[in-house]
Design a protein. Structure first.
Length: 261
């Protein structure tokens, strides 16, 4: 009988050690912290928006499309922002759901692979409130006709009365610090293997937006490009350095615009 009790105790000890090891690994790579759990007092946090997948709702701890490029994208970008700006950045990325009480604390929100998202009516209303109260949403990494339709289907519930417009070369968002009027497609990691910059039928990159009544960009739409991969692979010698540098500059412009408008 005693021997039967020893095995579970050993297993429990092993599990504890494994959890501790995995936790240390996660911290070393850039731990994802959910809203309300941030422990530092930075001016700016990389706030990643949690959403449900268009093919079925995903639980809080499942790795859905909203977690694409985590944790390297935020880890590398936050390090770059520390070097390129004087903004006091939070040390870690923040995951925030649209229903979270902490949502309004974060002026800059990032949503990735929005060609796979689905927003319920209540989530759409909450995002609308966030944006009209001064929030800024950057959407990224979605490609082609089908994914655009999926994105628009949910975004039209957020703003049924506001058009999506193309940002002209002289728009302030593209010049608030760096001059970024070049229309260069920033590729995803598939470029490593294929040598082509597009995915699906997304051959041409578009910088688009949704504006408030005063002309402020509330939603910056990066369509047919993947800035998240450029941040994620900033330390990979196979990813083209000019694309990473360009993606960093866009992020700096978006950050400064979001925090000053």
């Amino acid at each position: 009988m005693p021997a039967k009790r020893i095995l579970p105790l050993r297993c429990a000890t092993l599990v504890t050690l494994l959890v501790a090891a995995v936790g240390g690994w996660a911290l070393a790579r850039g731990q994802l912290v959910f809203s309300g759990q941030a422990t530092d007092d930075g001016e700016f946090f990389f706030a990643r928006m949690q959403y449900g997948d268009a093919r079925g709702r995903l639980g809080r701890w499942e790795r859905g499309a909203w977690l694409t490029d985590w944790p390297e994208a935020e880890t590398h970008l936050l390090q770059g922002l520390d070097r390129l700006t004087r903004v006091d950045t939070g040390a870690q990325g923040i995951a925030v759901g649209l229903a979270d009480d902490e949502l309004m604390k974060y002026p800059w929100l990032y949503a990735v692979e929005v060609g796979r998202w689905y927003l319920e009516d209540a989530e759409a209303a909450r995002l609308r409130e966030y944006l009209l109260r001064g929030g800024f949403l950057m959407v990224d990494d979605f490609w082609g006709t089908y994914q655009w339709a999926v994105f628009v289907e949910s975004m039209s519930r957020v703003f049924p009365d506001r058009p999506i417009v193309d940002l002209e070369d002289d728009h302030e968002l593209l010049h608030v610090l760096y001059d970024l009027d070049q229309r260069i497609q920033i590729p995803g990691r598939s470029y490593f293997y294929s040598g082509v910059t597009w995915q699906e039928d997304g051959y041409v990159p578009y910088w688009r937006g949704i504006l408030d009544d005063d002309g402020r960009v509330m939603v910056a739409i990066n369509f047919n490009m993947d800035m998240g991969d450029a941040w994620e692979h900033a330390d990979d010698p196979y990813y083209p350095e000019p694309m990473t540098a360009l993606a960093y500059r866009f992020a700096v412009n978006y950050l400064i615009y979001a925090m000053t408008h």
